[in-house]
Every structure is written in C-alpha cells, then in structure tokens.
Design a protein around this ligand. Structure first.
Ligand SMILES: *Cc1c(COP(=O)(O)O)cnc(C)c1O
Length: 405
C-alpha cells in the first residue's frame, strides 16, 4: 500500500465519459426515474448486482463510480454509500442484528454509535455491552453466545488511545462459540493508515464526511466488504431503509478523492509538529496523539501504522487532544479555547479549517481515572503549521498558570 499506488489508483480509476466528450471528471447524474427501452430490459435488470440502472435510489453512474473508488481505496470488493457516517453505522447494525442479539462496543466508541445502541437498538430488542479496547481480555470475556457483532475503532476519536487491533480481532475470531463478526469505524485511518481487511475485519465503515470529502461541506458514509453474501445482506437493508445519497454530494466527494493522500499526509505532518510542540508547553499535562512516544497505545499504532513502506514515518490523521492541567478551572479552559483565532470552535474534522472542541472528560468516562485534566481536541486543517503554532502560543499565554494547585 504505497503512496504512489493509492494516489494514482484514485486519480486514474476507470471512468468512461460520454462519446466525444473525453473529460476525466465524472459527471453529476441525477435521477429518480430511469427509462427502460422495453419490458424485457426492465425485467432483466437487477439492482442487487449492479448490472444496470433501475431507479435513482438504487444508484446512478455518479454513485456507482464513487462506490467503486471507495472500494479501491479501502482494498474492498464492495461498497455501499449512506447519507452520513452515522447512517453507515446504523446501516451495519440494522443489517446484521436482530432481536435477542448482543452488540459489543469499545468504551471510547464514537458517541452517537453508543447512543444508537442505547436508543433505537435497545427498543428493537438488541442489547449491547462495552469493552475496554486497551485490554483485549475484556473483549474476550464480554463475548457471549448472543454476541453477533463487535465494533472496533482505532484510535478513540476524542481520547485518541490506539488499541491492539490484531489482538481484538483474534479475540473475536477465537471466541468459544465460534467466530464473531467484526466491523470497524475506519474514519480516522481513511484506508490509508492501515489496511483493516488485511487484519481479517469483516466490515469497514468510513465517514466520507471527513478526509475523502475534505471540504467540510458534505455528509456521507460508506460501508465496505470483501464478502459478497455479507455485502448483499447490507445492500438489502440499505434498500429497505431507502438510504440514497444525492448526486451533487457524491460528486463533491469524487472531487476530493484525487487530493486525499496529499491532504491526509499534510494534515498528519502539521498535527505531529503541533502535538510535539504542545508537549513542551507549561500547563499542558499530556498530549494524546497515537504517533507520539508515550501516548496511550503508541506501541500499537507503531506496530500497525508505521510499517507502511509508502511513508517512512507511517500515517496518522490530523487529529489530537491535549489534557490541560487539572488545576485550571473550566472557565480558564473555555477562555483558552475562545482565545484561539485560527482554530474555530466546531465539530467534525479533516476539512481545510482547523477546529477545536473542549470535551467533558468525566462525563465521557464515568469512573475512569486514567486520564486527568481538561480535554481539548484539535483537528488540524490545511493552514501553515507555524501560523497554527503562533495561534496556540498566544492562547496559552493568555491562559497563564493553573489557579488551583
Ligand atoms: C464524524 C464521524 C462519524 C460520523 O460521520 P457523520 O457523517 O458526521 O455522521 C463516525 N465516526 C467517526 C469516528 C467520526 O469521526
């Protein structure tokens, strides 16, 4: 999985323009109705196998092209798009689980995924339990006869600890009652930091909202598989739920893909520069970035993501958190965040604009004493590292020293 192969694969991916119009950029095809030449054609086309177009909801040349490119990116055989990353998560859960089944989630899972389990899935009779992703033995112990799906995520997208993914997958594979199906939220890795399918994971989900779009202007998700039967099961639920995506949005993601590798690596480089610098700053108790020595799960990140010959320093997203000294008051921390100028206050990440969000750590992790302090998460955009560092420096200067000691 070298740089060159991934970027070139995305840029030179097959596309056939209309005759006489040899433009390489895929067009926006919009339709609800697709006209069939005759009844025989209507009867012959089957949306399940993409052997033709049947109805806008079942796919258009624009969405089929995007699905094929995301499958290439993720080293998958099949891909289906959903209207958001969260819709892709709920699609996987609803496609693969039924009443009486149990779902296992990492304790640091993307928050809305846990809310879905607590809410809609619970109402449907699907139970869930949390495991500690940093202790694979807690996953092995949690798997029971009703466990039908285990979600993985690397790293936690707020607390940033990187798990031992091979050990977690092994726990699912070697469960006493037989292998348990696995799904990973690979939004952070974007198919670039590591190859989830090579680890033996069954379903790879990604929020295209983040790096593949890169513009901060689209919501979309993807669910990728290598197994045709599993794909069909997901596609059937996708159809029954009516999870179509807009052609303009699909085309916006298609426009982002050629620069995906360049953006990912640039944002990674800037984030590592800033994270390393922040480690040296008074008032910063800890920097949580999986590529930093001593960060939670760093050895697991190194084992999985630093081995890629395509980039000697390995890959990590432009996302990290800091723990400000517990001696600061919440008001001081809010003042620090408010003082930032290039980091805008807002959710999401991977767009051109740097973003920052303070999180309430005790509320996220009741009873977990491992992380102390005030957590502030940064998403690095495409601004110059020096400009972002100057911004952080001026806001830290205003923060001053902790008031409580
Ligand atoms: C953003 C995000 C999602 C959800 O994507 P949306 O398109 O915003 O619904 C899921 N998982 C992770 C890790 C994310 O960062």
């Amino acid at each position: 999985m070298s740089d060159e192969r991934t970027a070139s694969g995305l840029i030179h991916h097959g596309y056939t323009p209309p005759p006489g119009f040899a433009a390489p950029q895929p067009a926006v095809h919009k339709a609800s109705t697709v006209i069939f030449p005759d009844v025989a054609a209507l009867r012959a086309r089957d949306w399940r196998h993409k052997n033709g177009y049947t109805y806008g909801l079942h796919g258009t040349p624009t969405t089929f092209t995007l699905e094929a490119r995301i499958a290439t990116l993720m080293h998958a055989e099949h891909c289906v798009l959903a209207p958001s990353g969260l819709a892709a998560i709920s699609l996987v859960d609803l496609a693969l689980l039924k009443a009486g089944d149990e779902l296992l989630l990492p304790a640091n899972v993307y928050g809305p995924s846990r809310d879905l389990a607590r809410g809609l899935l619970a109402r449907l009779g699907i139970t869930h339990r949390l495991y500690d992703p940093q202790r694979p033995e807690t996953l092995a112990a949690a798997i029971g006869p009703q466990t039908k799906l285990v979600w993985l995520e690397a790293p936690g997208s707020v607390t940033m600890e990187f798990p031992d993914l091979p050990a977690l997958v092994a726990a699912c594979r070697h469960a006493p009652g037989g292998p348990v199906r696995t799904a990973i939220d690979d939004t952070w890795g974007s198919g670039l930091a590591f190859d989830a399918f090579a680890l033996g994971i069954d379903v790879v989900m990604q929020a295209l909202t983040k790096y593949p779009s890169g513009g901060g202007d689209v919501l979309m998700g993807a669910v990728c598989t290598r197994d045709a039967t599993l794909h069909e099961q997901i596609l059937l639920a996708h159809m029954q739920l009516g999870l179509g995506v807009g052609a303009n949005d699909a085309e916006a993601v298609l426009r982002g893909l050629p620069s995906l590798v360049l953006r990912y690596d640039a944002q990674d480089t800037t984030a590592r520069t800033l994270a390393g610098w922040l480690q040296t700053q008074p008032g910063v108790a800890r920097v949580l970035h999986p590529a930093l020595d001593g960060a939670p799960g760093h050895a697991h990140w190194r084992a999985l993501c630093a081995a890629d010959a395509g980039r000697p320093q390995g890959r990590a997203a432009g996302l990290f958190s800091v723990l400000l000294d517990a001696g600061y008051t919440r008001r001081q921390v809010d003042g620090f965040v408010d003082a930032l100028r290039l980091f805008s206050i807002g959710y999401s990440w991977a767009g051109p604009k740097s973003l920052v969000v303070p999180y309430d750590l005790p509320a996220m992790r009741p009873g977990d004493e491992r992380l102390q302090g005030h957590l502030v998460r940064f998403s690095v955009g495409l601004e110059e590292a020096a400009a972002l560092q100057d911004d952080l420096a001026q806001a830290l200067a205003r923060l001053g020293a902790p008031t409580r000691g």
